[in-house]
Write a protein that binds this ligand. Structure first.
Ligand code: IMP
Length: 422
């Protein structure tokens, strides 16, 4: 193993949690570098289901160091709830878990502003998770954010918070929302801050020390390539860099210390929230929802579903530098007689092999499909490549080739052993 960045190569929810959990066995340190509790990584250990929002899923394995690095935005109340939930399930957190002192905080006004702005946008809404992620990163960029180290200094925190609440109450009132009480926010955040204090440290130094000792680091990406603030379907994106570069800025580990980038894709495509999804198809969505699949881990919203889109995944392979492809949810296609794969788009009558940067043009793009025969056989019991039906193998080979990245992992179910390494 080596230092590995794992990214979602579609619109999020690619099944990264499961692949991270499987890869974690071979690493020493797992790091979250961007996003916040908008993420929801589902991991099954035996029959126990864990949904993690902020804590890296490495916490579910003994003796792994887990880090929330500087690029993450942290809602302290939500993080405390998550830690309490893990400790109730007897997951050992102390001594294994570290939080960056320079990570920015998600404040109650961020959540309220997120919600109110979505309401105000009406049919032009983004479909955010309403966790306050956009406003929190907005404050960070505007240099008025509050960081973890501010929270741990009671006087400093009170002074900054008083200014921030005053300004944000003005915005909230203008949007018709109730104002926040400084006292209530102060009390709740101070309590959460004290609970988190033992975990807060300089994670840049911690990670570099681990790297110097030859430890392997896995950078756990959240969301997916097309939700990236710079490379996604703007404005229908999240507010962080979900692509591979975000792992370096979000952790302080430089690009020349990265050995591999693993891109995770579903065997089809899904998206939550608004924005273009060229291969969206209601038949495949109905089929997957009837199977009880494709409901959001964070919001419970039914995900939009469509066929595999190699125009998009080729782009993802390019901007992330994907060395290995992990394909998840293959079993979701077990009962589909004919499977379509987008190989190009038709935009205003012209065939186009690459993704347009203009989100409005992308919304008008019609996929050009290639058809593959379905295997119509359950795959969830396959444990080796040769256990898969030949038609499933042909499908996987084709999507990897069209994406331009070698296939290295196939997942046929949620549990750890339902994983095929090539
Ligand atoms: P936000 O990150 O809550 O601001 O939401 C912005 C967009 O990203 C919305 O379309 C969300 O549905 C989407 N999004 C945010 N986090 C995730 C995730 O973890 N999985 C899938 N979509 C996400």
């Amino acid at each position: 193993m080596a230092n590995i960045i794992l990214v979602g190569a579609q619109w999020g929810d690619e099944g990264k949690g499961k692949i991270i959990d499987v890869l974690t066995e071979q690493v020493d340190v797992v790091v979250r570098t961007q996003g916040g509790n908008n993420a929801g990584h589902t991991v099954f250990v035996g029959s126990q289901k864990y949904v993690l929002h902020l804590v890296p899923s490495g916490i579910l394995r003994p003796r792994k160091t887990c880090v929330i690095a500087n690029g993450v935005v942290i809602d302290p109340i939500s993080l405390v709830e998550e830690l309490d939930g893990l400790e109730r399930l007897r997951v050992k957190v102390r001594g294994h878990f570290h939080i960056s002192e320079t990570a920015h905080l998600v404040m109650p006004y961020h959540r309220l502003l997120d919600e109110q702005r979505e309401i105000a946008k009406g049919k032009h809404r983004i479909g955010t998770t309403k966790r306050g992620i956009g406003p929190a990163y907005g404050d960070k960029a505007a240099r008025v954010g509050i960081r973890m180290l501010d929270l741990l200094d009671p006087e400093r925190f009170q002074a900054i918070l008083a200014r921030r609440i005053k300004e944000n109450n003005g915005f909230l009132r203008a949007l018709g929302a109730p104002a926040l009480s400084l006292r209530k926010v102060l009390d709740a955040y101070r309590t959460a801050g004290e609970r988190l204090r033992p975990f807060v440290t300089n994670t840049v130094l911690l990670l570099h020390q681990a790297a110097r000792q030859g430890k392997n680091i896995l950078f756990e990406g959240a969301q997916g390539t097309f939700l990236d603030l710079d490379h996604g379907t703007y404005p229908f994106v999240t507010s962080s860099n979900t692509t591979a570069g975000g792992a370096c800025t979000g952790s302080g580990i430089p690009p020349n210390r990265i050995d591999r980038v693993v891109g995770v894709v579903k065997a089809y495509t899904t998206r939550v929230g608004e924005g273009p999804l060229p291969t969206e198809n209601t038949h495949i969505a109905d089929l997957l929802h009837r199977m009880g699949r494709e409901f959001g881990a964070t919001t419970g919203r039914p995900r939009r579903c469509g066929w595999f889109d190699t125009v998009a995944t080729r782009h993802a392979a390019m901007v992330n530098g994907i060395d290995d492809l992990a394909v998840t949810n293959l079993d979701g296609l077990d009962t589909v007689p004919v499977i379509q794969v987008a190989v190009a788009y038709r935009i205003h009558g012209r065939r186009c092999a690459s993704m347009p940067s203009d989100t409005q043009l992308l919304a008008q793009s019609e996929p050009v499909y290639e058809e593959f025969p379905g295997w119509m056989t359950p795959t969830h019991q396959a444990r080796r490549w040769r256990d898969l039906p030949p038609k499933a193998r042909a499908y996987l080979r084709a999507i990897a080739k069209l994406t331009g990245a070698p296939l290295s992992i196939v997942s046929v179910g949620p549990s750890r052993d339902q994983t095929i390494f090539l």
